[in-house]
Write a protein that binds this ligand. Structure first.
Ligand code: ADP
Ligand code: ASP
Ligand code: MG
Length: 408
């Protein structure tokens, strides 16, 4: 007998029929004798609908009240799923994050889980009840409702699995596993049987939204066996594993991630003297704007162009900060560009293989795609290109690095 945590995403609980299908799947596992804790998201589109309602009232809604509203989406699905399970003759009990209690810090909209009280869940499981928990939400020390950031139900699932010492955390979604790249963009993408935590973390951080970044961090830290699989069919899905040194067949590149969520800022004609990078980036950091890629070019006239990327939603705020810094530094101008996209190759195999970068650049050159920025780490290479070339870039790299599925 095993203890399994199953998390179902928005599409998987998107209608009464789908909630009933989830209940039937849960029952199949339960009937095998396993203890089941289910985590659910809000019905698909619901979280966006709630955000729309709030924006209609307030252009910048109060963060605490936002979480009060956002948490309602998941509260609906836990109740509905518990009813569906009861209709199938199972004993089920729903819990909001507060009721569990899933304790978080007080950073509304992006709270971090600090601890989970497992007593009520364990007592229910001991009575052979199915425990149904609302994803994406928690409660802070003062009793305020908090939410964990978009996609946060994945993290609830993994955190519960860690707290309960579950045998597996299963993330059920609308694709049947983790693919070499987003299968909605590249139809020839291939499902991976396994991927390491390290690679999955890079993929998620670089824009693959199949798992929330924090859920992968959590799973890696607490060694939670994690699997991504389809709620619509059968199959093994993708297992996220610790690095498998033994695997000699390991491909150099495991996947391609991409991100349209960034904007590029350039301060042109900055005097090329020590301390410039810090004078530009410190005020950006002080404004709470996170910087991703950075490039500094030296030009012939003793000035430099300083370029970096930020989240697209923060571009305007960053420009305002930079205009001020540019004036202080005597720089020529500030240029902002939100028609960019970042494409990244990810793979632990890169560690032992040279030539990945040159092959990447040659592939993009052959398609006449200009590379605007480059950044590398041990297991990834990212480039920024013009947004309109994103799909072409991903598809051509996918083919060049032999990631395409065999034609049937
Ligand atoms: P859920 O609502 O179940 O949490 P999400 O929409 O958050 O589902 O995540 C699943 C989606 O992630 C898929 O529909 C797919 O388009 C997207 N995705 C992006 N990159 C990948 C990838 N490498 N492998 C699989 N899916 C991916
Ligand atoms: N409902 C939340 C969202 O749409 C959390 C989740 O689905 O994981 O982001
Ligand atoms: Mg998700």
């Amino acid at each position: 007998m095993a203890l399994i945590v199953q998390k179902y995403g928005g599409t998987s609980v998107g209608s009464p029929e789908r909630i009933q299908a989830v209940a039937e799947r849960v029952k199949r596992w339960y009937d095998k004798g396993d203890d089941i804790v289910v985590v659910v998201s809000a019905m698909s589109g619901e979280t966006n609908r709630l955000i729309g309602l709030m924006r209609a009232i307030s252009p910048e809604p109060d963060p605490r009240e936002m979480d009060v509203v956002l948490a309602t989406g998941e509260q609906v699905t836990i109740g509905l799923l518990s009813m569906a399970l009861k209709e199938l003759g199972l004993e089920a009990k729903s819990y909001t994050g507060t009721q569990v209690a899933i304790r978080t810090d007080s950073s509304f909209n992006k709270a971090r889980i600090e601890s989970i009280d497992d007593q009520r869940m364990r007592a229910d499981l001991a009575e052979r009840k199915v425990v149904v928990v609302a994803g994406f939400q928690g409660v802070d020390d003062l009793g305020n409702i908090t939410t964990l950031g978009r996609g946060g139900s994945d993290t609830t699932g993994v955190a519960l699995a860690a707290a309960l010492g579950a045998d597996e955390c299963q993330i059920y979604t609308d694709v049947d596993g983790v693919y070499t790249t987003d299968p909605r963009v590249v139809p020839s993408a291939r499902r991976l049987q396994r991927i390491t935590f390290e690679e999955m973390l890079e993929m998620a951080s670089l824009g693959s939204k199949v798992l929330q970044i924090r859920s992968v961090e959590f799973a890696g830290k607490y060694n939670v066996p994690l699997r991504v699989l389809s709620s619509f069919g059968e199959g093994e899905g993708t297992l996220i594993t610790v690095d498998d040194e033994e695997d000699m067949e390991k491909p150099v590149i495991s996947g391609i991630a991409f991100n349209r969520d960034e904007a590029k800022l350039t301060v042109r004609g900055v005097p090329d003297v020590p301390g410039v990078a810090s004078r530009i980036l410190s005020p950006v950091g002080d404004a709470n704007i996170e910087v991703d890629m950075i490039v500094q070019n030296v030009s012939a006239d003793g000035t430099t162009d300083f370029t970096f990327t930020v989240a697209r939603g923060e571009m305007k705020k960053a420009v305002a900060v930079l205009e001020k810094v540019a004036a202080e530094l005597g720089a020529r101008e500030v240029i902002a560009d939100d028609h960019i996209a970042k494409v990244s190759l990810v793979g632990v195999g890169m560690r032992s293989h040279a030539g990945v970068a040159s092959k990447m650049f040659a592939t993009l050159a052959k398609e006449n795609i200009n590379i605007q920025m480059i950044s590398t780490s041990e297991i990834k290479i990212s480039v920024v290109v013009e947004e309109k070339y994103l799909e072409l870039a991903v598809r051509s790299l996918h083919t060049a690095f032999d990631l395409d599925a065999e034609a049937a």
